[in-house]
Ligand binder design. Structure first.
Ligand code: 5AD
Ligand code: SF4
Length: 447
């Protein structure tokens, strides 16, 4: 354990992994600022470094240890004292005790459900006391977090956490706990605060976001569609998105919202993982390739231009070439605007990690390349199909070239364009060129 020292005055939060981690990272940063600390500028040394880790795939913990090594080396080279190091996120939750035992340089370990206690953990660590908190308290951390003051034009809002699905390959039910929905009123208030703080777009986040349920002010129980309809009425909020969904929670009411809620963007990230029903069963996905396709059909019926995205795992234990072919066939039938695909990674403690017939890594690599080639071609084709379209983009940041800005189309494409419009502007553009990963827009001269 470290010797007592002064409380840190500057901090840096480094988030890895999913968007929920990005959201948690932002909230930790706000919390530390609220305590009077300042965010260290890019490239500047911070007195407290929070590594907000991800445990979903390979070598997550190793990455944390090598990051710690790098932090120590940088401090030594600059002749500065060792910063306080906090490990947060899912690696902290899953391997907290091991981290404390193995990495003496780590001062704080804090799980994803306990980070509202970060200030007192920092105080403990500065006082030389062990600071480990991987509790999953019944009371939500959200009430203990400070209000949001300044946010990017596209902001995240966590509405639901945890997962009860127990896919056999996945650590999330163990690291993030059971499915919990945040209350309706809190979410509407936070969404309103985000808009007041500058958000034009809100992405509702959850490990199983479409499993969200809550009671409205009148005590009526509703699903995510109801929440989206309420948020749709917030003045100044222009766009709503949500991620990540599970096929089993894709209700007709939510599908219908895609047809008639104007602010709900035409984009759906709905992981299917694999195309073989035998593998889907072994994954405990509780849907089939065909039932997934029927959902897509229903979504397309109400919103023909919907952009589809998904997650895929190749090389799940027992996956044969024929099973993998079924994944390629399914992908061929869907037509993606984008997608994420991963090589199966055995996660300690999950049922799949001890299944027979683990696929040799070279075979899984080769399948991953074939799948990615197909998904990349589909993304390029999707982009090409938008050539010549007039659409509205949300400007999110500066591009690399002088005068260049980057925005997002309704279909979540990255759009480059030359404009002097500021970050946060919604701008009408024509899509004038398309590439594999992005498109170019030309701003319309306003009448
Ligand atoms: N191996 C590979 N990919 C995984 N995912 C989750 N667990 C694993 C694993 N053990 C992928 C799934 C999920 C996404 C967030 O990460 O595709 O949808
Ligand atoms: Fe993991 Fe499956 Fe839950 Fe998604 S639905 S978080 S893949 S267990």
């Amino acid at each position: 354990m470290p010797n007592p020292r002064a409380l840190p005055k500057t901090y840096a939060v480094k988030s890895f992994g999913c968007q929920m981690n990005v959201y948690d990272g932002e909230r930790m940063a706000e919390l530390l600022s609220h305590q009077g600390m300042t965010a260290a500028a890019d490239g500047e040394a911070a007195e407290l470094i929070v590594l907000n880790t991800c445990h979903i795939r390979e070598r997550a913990a190793e990455k944390v240890y090598s990051d710690i090594g790098r932090i120590l080396k940088t401090a030594r080279a600059a002749g500065e004292p060792k910063p306080l190091i906090a490990v947060a996120g899912c690696v902290a939750q899953a391997e907290g005790a091991e981290i404390v035992a193995r990495a003496k340089a780590v001062d704080i370990v804090v799980g994803p459900q306990a980070y509202h206690r970060l200030p007192s953990l920092v105080a403990d660590a500065a006082a030389g006391r062990t600071a480990l908190d991987t509790d999953m308290p019944a009371a939500s951390k959200f009430g203990a977090l400070p209000a949001r003051r300044k946010v990017a034009p596209s902001a995240f809002l966590t509405v639901q956490e945890g997962c009860d699905k127990f896919c056999t390959y996945c650590v999330v039910p163990y690291t993030r706990g059971a499915e919990v929905s945040r209350p309706w009123g809190d979410l509407v208030a936070e969404a309103q605060a985000l808009v007041e703080a500058g958000a034009k777009e809100i992405t509702l986040l959850g490990q199983n976001v479409n499993a969200w349920t809550g009671e409205d002010a009148a005590g009526r129980v509703g699903g995510l569609d109801g929440l989206i309809r309420v948020l749709d009425r917030i003045e100044g909020l222009e766009r709503i998105r949500y991620t990540t969904s599970h096929p089993n929670d894709m209700t007709q009411a939510l599908i219908d919202a895609h047809g008639d809620v104007g602010k709900l963007m035409p984009f759906l990230h709905l992981p299917v993982q694999a195309g073989s029903d035998r593998i889907l069963k072994a994954m405990n996905r509780s849907h089939t390739a065909d039932s997934y396709l029927r959902i897509i059909e229903r979504v397309r019926a109400v919103r023909p231009d919907i952009a589809l995205s998904g997650d895929f795992i190749v090389g799940f234990p027992g996956e044969t070439e024929a099973d993998f072919q079924a994944t390629l066939d399914l992908v061929g039938e869907i037509g993606h605007a984008q997608a994420f695909s991963f090589k199966y990674s055995p996660r300690p403690g999950t049922p799949a990690a001890t299944m027979a017939d683990q696929v040799p890594p070279q075979e899984a690599d080769e399948r991953l390349q074939r799948l990615q080639a197909l998904l990349n071609a589909q993304q390029h084709a999707f982009n090409n199909a938008t050539l010549g379209r007039r659409t509205r983009i949300l400007i999110e940041r500066h591009g690399k070239l002088p005068g260049q800005m980057l925005g997002k189309s309704p279909w979540l494409q990255s759009v480059h364009l030359q404009t002097d419009a500021a970050i946060g502007t919604l701008l009408d553009v024509d899509i004038v060129a398309t590439g594999p990963n992005s498109v170019s827009g030309a701003a319309l001269v306003s009448a």
